[in-house]
Design a protein. Structure first.
Length: 350
């Protein structure tokens, strides 16, 4: 009788970080907010650099980046080496292959962008701007909503043992009421009218719901009939059991449809191994005194240890959220950071 040979594993640390309006100094990002002065900017990139150092993740999914240059500066302060940094739509360097003397790009305009930072080999990167055909919705007072406000970013990375992993960074529409404005940003509605406020909240929900459904299509395309593991992480602006998060993950379908596992996503926190300490501090945002989980890491069934298609597991998920109790200061983020330690087998022993 052959003796049991335990499998060999490679580890993968992934983390998601909403950086709260990371922008270059002296640059207006929102018309109604002051630009960072040099001192504020230095304090912000120092703080982010310290957090990146503490996370020490192989892959960072970042949100709310206005200037790629500011992100690179923060990474520089971390003391860690990341050869790949990409925030499509927030670039500051001249376009590739442009002639000498071409001015740099102005960073993100209108809304901040999402990005990927990694020390792993990157095989490909893709930004998704438009919803799939037929997934747009009509938003009252605004019209068709057919594009992501903050395009999700897919990076296909390759681990040292040559295993590919898809990493999808997301930042869905917030719950903040969407009041109508003109092109100059002037209010067109009475914000004190509670019925108008209800309509403004409905607009946000419709937009976030449509983005979630469109994101679901991307997830299905990445998972259906493949065995390349997928990690989806970012700011979902809703909790793990909300309708919009479940639109993306479809975890509940697995209970009555075994075939659904192939295209489902699972909350990494709930998939942790038994040895993990599941602490009661698993929150990433505090709104009006109530803790909630908006920043999430979802994984495909390849990371579910009990699945027959498992290639690994989730060992641990940590929440870095102490700074949420340190008072409001825009040099810090108003979101906690979430990190997962994942494992993938490096051989075929099952």
């Amino acid at each position: 009788m052959p003796s049991y040979i335990p499998p060999n594993y490679a580890t993968l640390f992934v983390a998601t970080c909403n950086l709260l309006n990371l922008a270059n100094p002296n640059r207006v990002y929102y018309e109604n907010q002051d630009a960072y002065n040099e001192r504020e900017y230095e304090r912000k990139i120092d703080w982010i650099g310290e957090r990146i150092h503490a996370l020490n993740a192989d892959v960072l999914a970042v949100q709310e980046v206005w200037d790629e240059a500011a992100l690179k500066a923060a990474i520089g302060r971390s003391g860690l080496r990341y050869d790949f940094v990409s925030v499509p739509g927030a670039e500051n360097s001249p376009p590739p292959a442009s002639p000498p003397g071409t001015p740099g790009r102005p960073g993100a305009q209108g809304t901040p962008r999402v990005g990927i930072v990694t020390r792993l080999q990157v095989d490909s990167v893709q930004s998704f701007v438009d919803f799939p055909a037929g997934f747009g919705v009509e938003v009252p007072g605004i019209g068709p909503h057919t594009r992501f406000e903050r395009p999700p970013l897919l990076a296909t990375v390759r681990m040292k043992h040559r295993q590919q992993v898809h990493v999808l960074t997301v930042h869905l529409k917030s719950k903040r009421p969407k009041f109508l404005q003109d092109a100059q940003g002037n209010h067109l509605e009475d914000r004190d009218d509670r019925k108008i406020g209800a309509m403004a909240s409905l607009r946000s929900l419709l937009m976030r719901g449509a983005e979630a459904a469109a994101l679901r299509c991307i997830v299905i395309d990445l998972l259906q009939g493949t065995n390349v593991p997928l990690v989806v992480m970012g700011d979902f602006n809703d909790n793990p059991h909300s309708v919009t998060t479940q639109l993306v993950a479809a975890t509940s379908e697995v209970a009555y449809d075994k075939a659904a596992r192939d295209v489902a996503l699972f909350n990494a926190y709930e998939m942790q191994g038994e040895s993990a300490l599941k602490k009661d501090v698993a929150y990433s945002h505090i709104h009006q005194g109530f803790p909630d989980v908006l920043d999430q890491i979802l994984v495909s069934e390849e990371f579910v240890a009990s699945s027959r298609h498992s290639l690994g597991d989730v060992r641990r998920v940590d929440y870095f959220n102490d700074h949420l109790h340190e008072g409001r200061d825009r040099s810090r983020s108003d979101h906690g950071f979430v990190r997962a330690l994942l494992r993938l087998r490096t051989d075929d022993n099952r």
